[in-house]
Design a protein around this ligand. Structure first.
Ligand code: NAD
Length: 376
């Protein structure tokens, strides 16, 4: 640490299934991280990659740390130490990490640099989610949000509504902020509420994503590269709690924070017609039953947030083949991938009369089993 003390942070990498290709999955920095959670997130990645027909299996990693209290130097040292600990288990053909909660392209750049140093050669394909100047891909930063936006834009055909569709977004990080921006620029939607870990704000007339982000940055006590300033500090809007956000009378709820946020305690209070599950595991098993009975359309996480790993695949492919794609090409390919996954999910959902989540699992499981059977 900066004060010369040595601190130990528990760190994990879980590899779930690689029958379809190298393990793929993000690394999160989170104070309440648990191995059980990382295991379930690694499994979700196997299903997600299979659903999107990406040549990857599922993995996930993390460090039990509150990154907001580290200096930039400590954060870099910790990120490099993670790679030193796991470099034998990762690599372009083995396991390819990416960003997740509280990690970003700067952290991925440090990690790729450390991996390349140990490998003794430039190995950009070992890590995705890097900055564009460091062999990253244009459009990776908002890929998760954009993928979710493509799905939401199609699902609104399932609901009746006059006027602009009212949206509440829980979580204002990479995913939540970028979705808010995309929806704000589409006349069909109005974002009326957003939140972060400290609380939520609500405005009947709509919110402006950039001005909220600006406020978070200015008000935040900058520690390392994180801004702990909260969206709740915006005076001109009504302050509500994260739980009140979920109970708002809106058309669409987008959980984009952490798992388990929609659970048996709040599921019956939800009034939205669509839930687009951007955060992995945002809806618990018990809550899903309640939500399905209410007839709410649920776009499941393994479909809704798959834009991130899909563009990570494009980045890996580019690095492996020494190609460069432009932003328009990335968006076009992403839209095609998301649309065809949604087509398949809707088809299987109708065929078996099951929810979109069950349909997504049917498709993914079939693909994983087929490659396990063929011994590829
Ligand atoms: P992030 O770290 O950029 O942002 C997380 C946000 O959630 C922050 O605004 C934080 O304040 C807020 N938050 C944390 N706990 C909260 C709580 N209890 N209530 C309300 N808000 C809370 O993370 P991200 O990358 O945007 O990821 C968000 C979710 O999306 C995660 O579940 C992640 O696994 C999933 N996801 C992200 C990506 C990606 O590419 N970023 C890809 C796939 C899935």
């Amino acid at each position: 640490m900066d004060d010369n003390l040595i601190r130990i942070f528990p760190a994990y990498r879980v590899q779930h299934n690689n029958s379809r290709g190298p393990y793929k999955g993000g690394i999160r920095y989170y104070p309440e991280l648990s191995l059980t959670e990382i295991k379930s997130l690694a499994m979700l990645m196997s299903f997600k990659c299979a659903l999107l027909e990406l040549p990857f299996g599922g993995g996930k990693g993390g460090i039990e740390v509150n990154p907001k209290v580290l200096s930039r130097r400590e954060l870099e040292e910790l990120s490099r130490a993670y790679i030193r600990a796991f470099h034998c288990d990762i690599g372009p053909d083995r396991d390819i990490p990416a960003p997740d909660v509280y990690t970003n392209e700067t952290i991925m750049d440090w990690m790729e640099n450390e991996y390349s140093k140990i490998a003794g050669r430039e190995t950009p394909a070992a890590i995705t989610g890097k900055s564009v100047q460091n062999n990253g891909i244009p459009g990776r930063v908002d890929a998760t949000a954009r993928g979710a936006y493509y799905i939401i834009r199609r699902l609104i055909n399932h609901i009746d509504s006059d006027g602009r569709l009212r949206v509440a977004i829980q979580g204002f990080g990479n995913a939540g902020y970028n979705i808010a921006k995309l929806l704000e620029n589409d006349k069909k939607f109005i974002v009326v509420s957003v939140s972060d870990s400290k609380g939520a704000i609500y405005s009947e007339n709509g919110l402006n994503a950039d001005s909220i982000m600006q406020h978070k940055k200015v008000e935040g006590l900058i520690a390392g590269m994180y801004c702990p300033g909260s969206v709740c500090q915006r005076e001109e809007h009504m302050h509500i709690t994260n739980d009140e956000l979920l109970r708002l009378d809106v058309d669409i709820i987008i959980p984009a924070a952490m798992e388990g946020q929609i659970n048996r305690d709040n599921a019956s209070k939800i009034k939205a017609k669509i839930i687009a599950e951007v955060a992995n595991g945002a809806i618990t098993y018990e809550a899903e039953k309640i939500i399905n009975n209410k007839g709410i359309v649920v776009a499941p996480d393994i479909l809704t947030n798959a834009g991130g790993v899909t563009v990570s695949y494009f980045e890996w492919y580019q690095n492996m083949n020494d190609e460069r794609w432009n932003r328009e090409e990335v968006y076009r390919k992403l839209e095609e991938k998301m649309n065809s996954a949604l087509d398949e999910v809707e088809y299987v959902s109708e065929e078996y009369n099951v929810s979109m989540r069950t349909a997504a699992y049917i498709i993914a499981t079939r693909r994983i089993l087929a490659s396990m059977d063929s011994g590829d």
